[in-house]
Design a protein around this ligand. Structure first.
Ligand SMILES: NC(=O)c1ccc[n+]([C@@H]2O[C@H](COP(=O)([O-])OP(=O)(O)OC[C@H]3O[C@@H](n4cnc5c(N)ncnc54)[C@H](O)[C@@H]3O)[C@@H](O)[C@H]2O)c1
Length: 500
């Protein structure tokens, strides 16, 4: 059971932040100190005064075991006392039953927060500043020994709670219904009747899953069409799927889009779970509920909004991904950095070796950008359109290349073209376009429309693009790293102009 334990010195905000995280994930919150008090029938200062610290620690160990030993399979958010894991036995109990997140803050911040009310903290009674200094000094190494630490300084409790969720890779999306997005190693799947996957993924990963039935389709964008959707509907029927069945999409964005669409229409809609296996699908395609397939005239022209019931992202599945597909996924990561996370964008400038060594962090950060946008605007009435950055030109380039350029490669080209256009029309100042081009180059992604590719054909493809409003095409343009603006353009030749 992967409980979430919040730990750290008094005043670091464990209970406040724990409550916010619990509310956001729709999970129960438990304050260990309150359990101890209830069990003992007296307050912690009374326990300390009457029975001493050692007896209090015994009660603490017993309460902790009681909570994690509870037969219920519900994950809990548990705020621990500031010294609860000094006992090795307690540390083992927490680390073998979940993740421990240590919240930290500077002495002065803790002092200010605690000064308001230190009465119920007997270890800090008396000269608060001296006591706190000594306690922190004594426990410095102890707190430092935990892998997951979040600095709470200069952040509101809500911001810190959000950072805790990002670090843990746990979100509950409220957009077109509710579903969990979880980054963790996928052992057995919680439920599901049939897996849809492609030949490449099946070869590496299908046997890992505890679902007997599977449909294996050929890999590649060229199969993201009505014929494959029809094949999936028939296979669902042949395998006896009914309205209560759940389909698992194990694969990249193509598998997710096709499976999600087939699930959204089969018997007027059945459930599906996304187990993304490409970087692109983890940080982008699996989140947000857009499903669909391509027509010869353009990409994703037919589709539906039908979010999965659960997204399980296991970063270890990316180990078998080709270098090209990993780079391709990085285009969407860069996009998310440009839209809302300058630090993530800066990480991308470190190049592919750094990326490979920090993949889990990158997945978690990039996912968080998309999740936030989806929650604000599930049906793309406004800000969700920011996610189209690089895609208007990108989709067209991908189509005109006959899919010899991958989705991510095309989006990389699209972002550079659109960033240059943003500078030309004065929406962005010079520099952001160069930063975007340089970062994408460092990741080994293409940044120019291939020589010889017809601009006329690209413009034709853009005109079919679904983001067209009354003759104009809406572009998501990067204003600066961390901000995107929606701008309508009618003169499409001028969008591609630097490329002539
Ligand atoms: N629904 C959305 O919101 C959304 C968002 C972005 C992109 N998309 C769509 O996603 C698609 C692109 O996704 P993609 O880049 O994941 O393409 P993809 O699904 O074609 O996967 C790329 C290649 O990697 C292989 N592969 C997948 N996982 C692997 C693994 N773990 N090990 C080895 N090989 C593996 C696949 O077989 C395929 O050959 C496009 O069709 C795009 O339109 C959808």
């Amino acid at each position: 059971m992967t409980h979430i334990f919040l730990y750290g010195p008094s005043g670091s905000g464990k209970s406040t932040i724990g409550r916010i995280v619990a509310r956001s994930l729709k999970l129960p919150f438990i304050d260990l100190d309150r359990v101890i008090e209830t069990n003992a029938g007296m307050s912690i200062p009374q326990i300390m005064a009457q029975q001493g610290e050692s007896a209090f620690r015994d009660l603490e160990s017993a309460a902790l075991k009681e909570i994690v030993g509870h037969a219920s399979s519900v994950i809990k958010i548990i705020a621990l006392g500031g010294g609860a894991l000094l006992r090795e036995e307690n540390r083992q109990v927490t680390e073998s039953n979940g993740n421990v997140v240590v919240l930290t803050a500077e002495l002065n911040t803790l002092f200010e927060r605690l000064n308001k009310n230190s009465n119920h903290r007997p270890l800090l009674a008396g000269d608060l500043k001296t006591k706190l200094t000594n306690l922190l000094e004594k426990r410095r190494e102890h707190y430092a020994s935990f892998a997951l630490k979040i600095q709470t300084e200069n952040n509101s409790a809500k911001q810190t709670a959000h950072r805790v969720q990002i670090a843990l890779g746990r979100h509950r999306l409220s957009a077109m219904g509710e579903y969990d997005v979880i980054v963790e190693q996928v052992g057995n799947l919680p439920y599901g009747d049939i897996i849809v996957t492609d030949e490449n993924v099946a070869k590496h990963h299908l046997k890992k899953f505890n679902i007997e039935k599977s449909i294996v389709i050929p890999a590649g964008e060229e199969h993201k069409n009505l014929e494959t959707v029809s094949r999936l509907w028939n296979a669902f029927l042949e395998n006896g799927l009914d309205r209560k069945s759940t389909v698992i999409a194990l694969g990249g964005g193509v598998i997710g889009d096709l499976t999600g669409f087939a699930a959204s229409t089969y018997m007027r809609g059945i459930d599906w779970i996304a187990v993304p296996t490409t970087l692109l699908a983890m940080v982008d395609a699996s989140i947000g509920g857009k499903t669909g397939f391509d027509l010869p005239e353009g990409k994703n022209l037919i589709g539906s909004f039908h979010p999965p019931k659960l997204v399980l992202a296991d970063v270890s599945l990316l180990r078998t991904l080709s270098d090209r597909d990993l780079r391709s996924g990085m285009a969407e990561v860069v996009k998310h950095g440009i839209i809302a996370d300058p630090e993530l964008f800066a990480w991308c400038s470190n190049g592919m070796d750094w990326v490979k060594n920090n993949l889990e962090e990158i997945v978690k950060r990039a996912m968080a950008v998309k999740i936030r946008i989806i929650e604000d605007d599930p049906y793309e009435k406004g800000i969700r359109a920011a996610l189209n950055l690089g895609h208007t030109v990108g989709h067209a380039v991908e189509l005109v290349s006959g899919f010899t350029l991958s989705h991510g490669e095309s989006v990389a080209i699209g972002m550079v073209v659109e960033a240059a256009y943003a500078v030309r029309v004065g929406a962005a100042s010079r520099g952001s376009d160069e930063a975007i081009e340089s970062t994408l180059s460092k990741l080994g992604l293409p940044t120019r429309i291939p020589d010889g590719m017809s601009h006329e054909a690209i413009i034709r493809a853009m005109r079919v693009d679904k983001k067209r409003f009354a003759g104009a095409i809406r572009f998501a343009l990067p204003v600066t790293i961390g901000k995107v603006e929606l701008v309508d353009a009618t003169d499409l030749e001028s969008v591609l102009a630097t490329e002539t």
